[in-house]
Design a protein around this ligand. Sequence first.
Ligand code: KIV
Length: 263
Amino acid sequence: MTNVTVTTLKAHKAAGEKFAVITAYDATFAGLVEDAGIEVILVGDSLGMVLQGHDSTLPTTIEEMIYHTRCVSRGCKKPLVIGDLPFASYNTREETMTNAAALMRAGANMVKLEGGEWLTQSITAMVERGIPVCAHLGLTPQSVNSLGGFKVQGRESAQATSILDDAKRVEAAGASMLVLECIPSALAASITAELSIPVVGIGAGADTDAQVLVLHDMLGLSSRLPKFVRNFMTDNPDVQSALKAYNTAVKSGEFPTIEHSFS
Ligand code: KIV
């Protein structure tokens, strides 16, 4: 695998070739993910739950995200590394720029943040200053308290339309990638077809351009596995084989199946 860039990922979408994304939070796992041939590492604020033991991602701070982004970027060379802006670290355009720049200095190649229309000016500002952006729609875990829990989004038609509209807005604002979390497969498929930027799904069915899973979930280490997760350790003898199996299953379209998806 050569160094993965925004251009590489766009080319994968244009060619109809699926790519794999996974979270990692330290140098050791970043190296294993790279060796497995996975294109993108997300240093997700899910670390608040799987590393720090919180019930949600809300307590995670920008300083912690910077620290883990540094660890990951030291552990790999080729994957594109996405740093995640945590809860309440991008309230204003100025705050967004400062914190996004700190993640880029820590080694990120792209910055992710959760939300749609209200973020468009911040997205454009980041892109104009050389920071590629990944947006995140559907179940946005930082809004778990407003959403009333970790629930599938976009089942009612008004909500589905609003997610589709937001997807078009973040693309128009300059986002280079979009994560769709826990939405019906048919909605994810139509958003993927409408956008020219790569769309990465988690609990969003089989028709997105790429898939992402939380590392600890796909290694079967989490106490409760969500419906959209496959435990790749079940059929593999070690972590390296499980990561390779995940990469292969995503690229071949063998994962996710209907049993990991929502209608
Ligand atoms: O924080 C994270 O790991 C994420 C993924 C679940 C998409 O946002």
